[in-house]
Design a binder for this molecule. Sequence first.
Ligand code: SAM
Ligand code: SF4
Length: 349
Amino acid sequence: MTDASTIPERAVADRLGRPLRDLRLSVTDRCNLRCTYCMPEADYEWLPRAELLDFDELTSLVDAFTAVGVEKVRITGGEPLLRRDLPELIARIAALPAIDDLALTTNGTLLAGAASALRAAGLGRVTISLDTLDPARHHALTGRDNHADVLAGIEATAAAGFTGTKINTVVLRGTNDDELADLVRFGAEHGAEVRFIEYMDVGGATRWDRSLVVPAVEVLDRLADGLGQIADATSRPSAPARRYRTADGTTFGIVASTTTPFCGSCDRSRVTADGRWYRCLYAVEGTDLRAPIRAGASPGELRDLLASVWSDRTDQGAVDRLALAEARTATPVEVTRRDPHREMHTRGG
Ligand code: SAM
Ligand code: SF4
């Protein structure tokens, strides 16, 4: 269900009545980690540098999106902190009057050195990905030996004065599903709310297998074993996570996109670093926004393009995947290699 009371008047609705409010903006497809659920392959095709949007182009694009209803922007990647001068882009987006929530999703490895500058630039919130509290497991999961850097990034986020910090944890059966309660406790100790995410069969997740998915109901059972009684907490109607509370008041969320899709209330869009717009994380086709921007489209022309494409949207990718039931499999590597825009690290999480 969409939270109608807070929809701005300028918001354009799609064919299923869903407004466009939330933009995930990928600023690079490059990453310094190789998480097994996202980038398990030995090599990748990168977006050509000349095709990446510069800060003027990215800011104009976000501005055009605000004209059709976007008020929340999440900067993502790849690893967004690999994008040079990111605080400058943050400052420019934060200055757009319609933006009321500006967040960043990062793997945290470079955050310790950047948190203060990001805060000073006007970033509102930070989400840090942390799948394990064990450095050796982190190494096995990401291919890199930098767990301590991620922990330092989490500390630096709090020290820089950020509130509303979240930790994203992808739950993988047999890998980190014995650490869930510890992660909730760790989050509470560090002023961050954990979001457990079901392993998704998005493009790029070429090692996905249904047997590795730990469904939300099972995550909850495991947490009840470790943390005691769990009750519902308030969740924003269009938010992907359903939130819960333990007896001591600690809150956490579960994003059950694989087993319990929330497409009916999806108000999100994704734009890749080279300006390809996807109306759904699972969408095969995107709209090229770089060409009109580089051809000098006016703000009004961009707005009309966004409004016409969004108003025709019918995507319910996660619902469609669920309907495949037993036939559901990972996207073959030949497909993601042919079209790098299918990759999770290209279109952002
Ligand atoms: N590199 C940054 C990071 O890891 O936070 C930002 C980009 S990453 C693609 C965004 C989010 O997507 C991360 O929290 C990551 O854990 C999540 N993610 C990546 N692949 C996933 C998958 N197959 N299933 C569920 N979540 C996934
Ligand atoms: Fe991991 Fe994020 Fe990099 Fe993907 S983009 S490999 S989730 S750090």
